[in-house]
Design a protein around this ligand. Sequence first.
Ligand SMILES: [Zn+2]
Length: 346
Amino acid sequence: MSTSGAESVPEADAAESLARAARAGIHRLELPTPFLVGRVNCWLIQDEPLTLVDTGPNSGSSLDALERALAEHSVAVEDLELIVLTHQHMDHVGLLEIVARRSGAEVAAFAPLAGWLAAHPASAAQDDAYAQDVMRNHGVPEELITVLGAVAAAFRAYGSRGEVTRPLGDADRLTLRDRSFEVLHRPGHSPSDTVLFDEQRGIMIAGDHLLAHISSNPVVTRPLTDPGPDAARPRPLIDYIASMRATSELPARLVLPGHGDPITDHPALIAERLRLHDRRARKILRIIEPGPISAHDIATRMWGNVAVTQAFLTLSEVLGHVDILLAEGAVTQLSEQDGVIRFAAA
Ligand SMILES: [Zn+2]
């Protein structure tokens, strides 16, 4: 959950990877965000239609940076003809309404995201209410839920509503004049994660599905299509691990992520992520073994004060690993009288 790390590819490799992308007509536009993750990568594809993958967050400084970055490639916002979204997070979609209106570009996104974008910010408010219920069920103190709710409501302004004119499904093709992408749904980090794979060039545009410098958070998120009141809680880490295994099989030579530098050996990175999640699941099992414990208390044991300031992300991280342990039969879920769910060794 930090933005720096020793795993970053050396700068020379990053420059060479970005040059390879540029030779394929794909240019990184780095925009500022107000979030812990730092800058976000949008990708300009010089092709027909002229395409922008992701827009950056809804802020004046981000729009300014986008205009300057486009200008370096002799492009104006008004010239864009297609906007493709990798997933629903506001650091990726926040400028959608402004950029789509000024350019008149088509908007392509994972089909179930269309209703969510059309209903923003109400849909984001529903996501936040859902997150608050999850926190309440898993032992986060009520005062903390209230504070985090206020923070989330303030951040919603960085998001955007939008109209999807080109709904995409898993295994669809997105064909431009000079290239064709296979569209692949890769849920886990969010329910809408979508990657674009140009198998001819071995280039994948991956959004936050894979990041070189940090492990993507599998965030517990309200499903995009209403699963009904009795549906089980989503299991984002289990989804994410399945998504990573599927991506590992693809013969990509260059993966262009939503943050940080390109990835040139994604099977090695995925193997490392899978080991990390396995180690973390074993560590959480050791914390559960002495007796029933809530997910929030596990998060506090794991991360101390970060489990307070980042209560929902750390809770999502714990629940993801607990889901693995539940699926293995190593732990069981107890429903206690105070309404807080606790976990115990099986
Ligand atoms: Zn994201």
